[in-house]
Design a protein around this ligand. Structure first.
Ligand SMILES: [Zn+2]
Length: 384
C-alpha cells in the first residue's frame, strides 16, 4: 500500500502494509471481532498499531488523525479507550478483574469500548483465565486489543479466541523514509538511525533526534575492538553498565519526580506541611515500585546495548565471509576490519552466542547485570 492512501492514524505504522489493509477492512467494512492479538518483534510497533486501530474505531471517519476523537486516543484521554501498560514483570488477577468490570460497561460514546493490554505476555495464568471469560462472552460493544511479542507468549485458550494481527520488522529504507517524512530528519542522519536501529522505530527516532542517545550507542559499538586485555574487558563491562544506568536514569527521573509530587499532593503534604499517618506506607510503596522500575529500565538498556554488540559481530562476520550484506555499523569500518583480521568466523559466531548467553543469564536467571557483563567481555576478548 502506498503512503499516499494510508494517511491519518495509519501513517505511523511503518512498513506494515498488510496490517493496515487488514485493520482498515475491519473499520471500513465492519469485518469486526471482539478480541485481537497484535504480535511482532520489539520496535515493530505493536502497541502503536493497537492504538491506531483504537483511534480508527472511534473516529467518525475511520481514523483521520486530526479530529478530537483521534487526538484524545493519541494523548490517552479518550473515555472509551483504556490502555493497560505495566512496568512490572507481571499483570495480576486483581488488575484484570478491574479491566473485566470496566469492559462490561457500555461505552460513553456511541461506538466501542476499547480495552488495550500492551503486555499481554505478562499476564499471570490466573489473570489470563480471568480475561478469558470476558473474551469468551463479549459485551456487544467491547473490543479487546492484546499485544505480545509472539502468539506463543499468551495462553493457547486466549490465542484461539483472538484474531491475529502480525507485524513485521520494517526495512531500513522504510524506517529512513519515515524519519525524513514525519520528523524532517536530514536524509543522511535518517539513514544512519534506520541502519543502527535495525528496524526498531522508537529507537530510530531517538537516535535521529537525540544527541545523547547517539553518543551512547557510539560508545557501545566501540567496545569490541578495545577488548585486548583482561583489564580492558573489565573496564568495558563497567563502562557499559554505567552507560546503561545513565540512560535508564534519564528515562525515569522526570517520571519519578512527577509521581512524588502527585503523592504529596494527594496526601496534602504540600499544603499542610505535616504528614498524615497513611503517608509513610504510601511513600514506601511508591519508592519500592520506582526501584523495581529503575532496575527494569537498566536491564532493558543493557539488553539493547547487547543487541548493538551483536550487530558489530554480524558486521564482522559479513566481512569475514565476504557476503556483501549492508553493514549496520559502516562508520566503524576500521574497527570491523581489525576484528575480522584478528579472528576466525567460528570465533565470531561463538562471540555472538556469548552475547545471547549473557542476555539469558541476566533476563532469565537474574544474574546482576555488571557480573553478567564482566564474564561476557572476557569471553569477547581479542588476542593479537
Ligand atoms: Zn479522526
Amino acid at each position: 500500500m502506498s503512503t499516499a492512501t494510508a494517511g491519518g492514524v495509519w501513517e505511523q505504522l511503518v512498513g506494515q502494509g498488510p496490517v493496515v489493509t487488514q485493520l482498515r477492512r475491519a473499520v471500513d467494512d465492519g469485518d469486526m471481532t471482539h478480541a485481537w492479538l497484535f504480535t511482532g518483534p520489539p520496535g515493530s510497533g505493536r502497541s502503536n498499531a493497537a492504538l491506531a486501530f483504537a483511534a480508527a474505531l472511534q473516529c467518525p471517519t475511520g481514523g483521520c488523525g486530526r479530529c478530537d476523537s483521534c487526538h484524545q486516543v493519541e494523548v490517552g484521554s479518550h473515555a472509551d479507550v483504556r490502555v493497560t501498560r505495566t512496568d512490572k514483570l507481571s499483570i495480576g488477577v486483581d488488575e484484570v478483574r478491574e479491566l473485566v468490570r470496566i469492559s462490561a460497561l457500555a461505552p460513553v460514546g456511541e461506538r466501542w469500548q476499547v480495552m488495550v493490554v500492551e503486555d499481554a505476555d505478562r499476564l499471570t495464568d490466573q489473570a489470563a483465565n480471568g480475561l478469558l471469560k470476558a473474551i469468551e462472552e463479549p459485551t456487544e460493544r467491547t473490543v479487546w486489543l492484546l499485544c505480545a511479542p509472539t502468539a506463543e507468549d499468551v495462553l493457547p485458550t486466549i490465542r484461539s479466541r483472538t484474531r491475529p494481527v502480525v507485524l513485521s520488522t520494517p526495512s531500513t529504507r522504510e524506517v529512513a523514509d519515515f524519519l525524513v517524512r514525519r520528523d524532517a530528519v536530514p536524509p543522511e542522519a535518517a539513514s544512519y538511525a534506520a541502519r543502527a536501529s535495525q528496524g526498531h522505530i522508537g529507537r530510530a527516532r531517538a537516535l535521529a533526534r537525540d544527541e545523547d542517545t547517539r553518543r551512547r550507542r557510539v560508545e557501545v559499538v566501540a567496545i569490541p575492538a578495545r577488548l585486548m586485555s583482561l583489564g580492558a574487558c573489565l573496564g568495558a563491562a563497567s563502562d557499559l553498565h554505567d552507560v546503561a544506568k545513565e540512560e535508564a536514569a534519564a528515562q525515569t527521573s522526570a517520571h519519578d519526580t512527577r509521581e512524588k509530587t502527585e503523592l504529596d499532593r494527594a496526601y496534602g503534604v504540600v499544603e499542610r506541611g505535616r504528614r498524615p499517618r497513611e503517608y509513610a506506607p504510601a511513600l514506601r510503596a511508591m519508592e519500592a515500585s520506582q526501584k523495581t522500575r529503575a532496575k527494569r529500565r537498566v536491564l532493558d538498556v543493557v539488553d539493547r546495548s547487547l543487541m548493538d554488540l551483536v550487530s558489530v559481530y554480524r558486521d564482522v562476520l559479513t566481512l569475514q565471509l565476504g557476503t556483501g550484506t549492508e553493514l549496520v555499523n559502516a562508520e566503524i569500518r576500521p574497527d570491523l576490519d581489525a576484528i575480522a583480521r584478528l579472528s576466525t568466523p567460528e570465533q565470531t559466531l561463538r562471540r555472538i552466542d556469548a552475547v545471547f548467553e549473557a542476555r539469558e543469564q541476566m533476563l532469565e536467571f537474574n544474574v546482576p547485570p555488571l557480573l553478567a557483563l564482566e564474564s561476557l567481555m572476557v569471553a569477547l576478548r581479542l588476542r593479537d
